[in-house]
Design a protein around this ligand. Structure first.
Ligand code: IPD
Ligand code: CA
Ligand code: CA
Length: 261
C-alpha cells in the first residue's frame, strides 16, 4: 500500500509539473539569489499531500514548501515536489519530483520521476533500485581521474575554504569532468544508473536527497557525508558514488590529495 501510494503521488505530481512546463506561471524568490519557487512547485506539493493524506492521514510529512508537519507516526514522507526549479523555470527539462519514506527513522522507499525524459526511478530498502521497472546498477570506474562526476552549488554558500568552488576548481584543473545539472535528485539517480561515477554537494536539504540516496545505495553505490560517515539527510554534505571511487573522492574534497600522480 505504501508503495502504491508513493508511486501514485510521484506520478501525479510529475503530470502537474509537465502541465505547467513552458506556460506563464507565477515565480517568486526565496532566500538567496535565484532561489525560485513557482506555481508548479505549490500545485505539485498540494497534490502529493492530498494523495498521502487520503491513504495515510496520520503520517508525518516534511515537504519543502510547506515545512515539517509532525504527527508522532512511525512513517515520515520527505517531499521535494519539484527538484530543479531553476531549470524548470527556464524550460530546461532537467527536473523531477522526489519523495522518500522513512519508517522509524530509516529510509525504506524512494521514488524520483522526471516526466520529460519519462524516467521513473524507484528503490525499496533491500530490494534493489530500478529505472522504469528495470534494475539499475552503479558504474565500475575505480579512479577519480578517469571518472565523470556531477556536483551542485547551493544558493547561499560558495566561497569557504574547501567550499563548492574550491573543490570544483581542484577537480577541473586536473581535467576531471565535473558536470552541474541543477537537480540533486537527478544527479543521484544518474549515479545509480551508472551514468555518473560520483556526485558530491556541500549543502543539501533532506528533501533534495531523501529518495535519491536510497536509490544510489540500492543500486550498489555508497553514500556518506564528507567525513565518510554513513549518510543522514539531516546534515548538509553528501558524497554518493559507485563505491569504488568513494574514499579517493573524499580526499579530493577535503584537499588531502589534489592529484593521484
Ligand atoms: C536545488 C537543486 C540543486 C541543488 C540545490 C537545491 P530546488 O533544489 O537540487 O541541484 O544544487 O542545492 O536546492 O530548489 O530546485 O528544489
Ligand atoms: Ca530540491
Ligand atoms: Ca524543490
Amino acid at each position: 500500500m505504501l508503495k502504491q501510494t508513493l508511486i501514485k503521488a510521484t506520478e501525479a505530481a510529475g503530470k502537474i509539473i509537465q502541465h505547467y512546463y513552458g506556460t506563464h506561471f507565477q515565480i517568486s524568490n526565496k532566500e538567496g539569489v535565484n532561489n525560485l519557487v513557482t506555481e508548479a512547485d505549490h500545485a505539485a506539493e498540494k497534490e502529493i499531500m492530498e494523495i498521502i493524506r487520503s491513504e495515510f492521514p496520520d503520517h508525518y510529512i516534511l515537504s519543502e514548501e510547506s515545512g515539517s508537519m509532525p504527527t508522532g507516526s512511525r512513517y515520515k514522507w520527505i517531499i521535494d515536489p519539484l527538484d530543479g526549479t531553476v531549470n524548470f523555470a527556464h524550460k530546461l527539462p532537467l527536473c523531477c519530483v522526489s519523495i522518500g519514506i522513512e519508517e522509524d527513522g530509516m529510509m525504506i522507499m524512494g521514488a524520483v520521476y522526471n516526466p520529460f525524459f519519462n524516467e521513473f526511478y524507484f528503490a525499496q530498502r533491500g530490494y534493489g533500485a530500478s529505472l522504469n521497472d528495470r534494475q539499475i546498477r552503479v558504474s565500475d570506474e575505480t579512479e577519480v581521474q578517469k571518472a565523470c562526476l556531477v556536483t551542485g552549488f547551493p544558493y547561499t554558500y560558495l566561497d569557504q575554504p574547501n567550499g563548492p568552488l574550491e573543490v570544483f576548481g581542484r577537480l577541473i584543473r586536473k581535467g576531471v569532468p565535473v558536470r552541474r545539472l541543477g537537480s540533486a535528485a537527478m544527479d543521484l539517480c544518474w549515479v545509480a544508473a551508472g551514468r555518473f561515477d560520483g556526485f558530491f554537494e556541500h549543502k543539501l536539504n533532506a528533501w533534495d536527497s531523501a529518495a535519491g540516496y536510497l536509490i544510489v545505495e540500492e543500486a550498489g553505490g555508497r553514500v556518506s557525508d564528507f567525513s565518510g560517515t554513513a549518510y543522514s539527510p539531516y546534515q548538509p554534505s553528501i558524497a554518493a558514488t559507485n563505491g569504488k571511487i568513494h574514499d579517493e573522492l573524499l580526499k579530493w574534497i577535503d584537499g588531502s590529495i589534489t592529484c593521484n600522480a
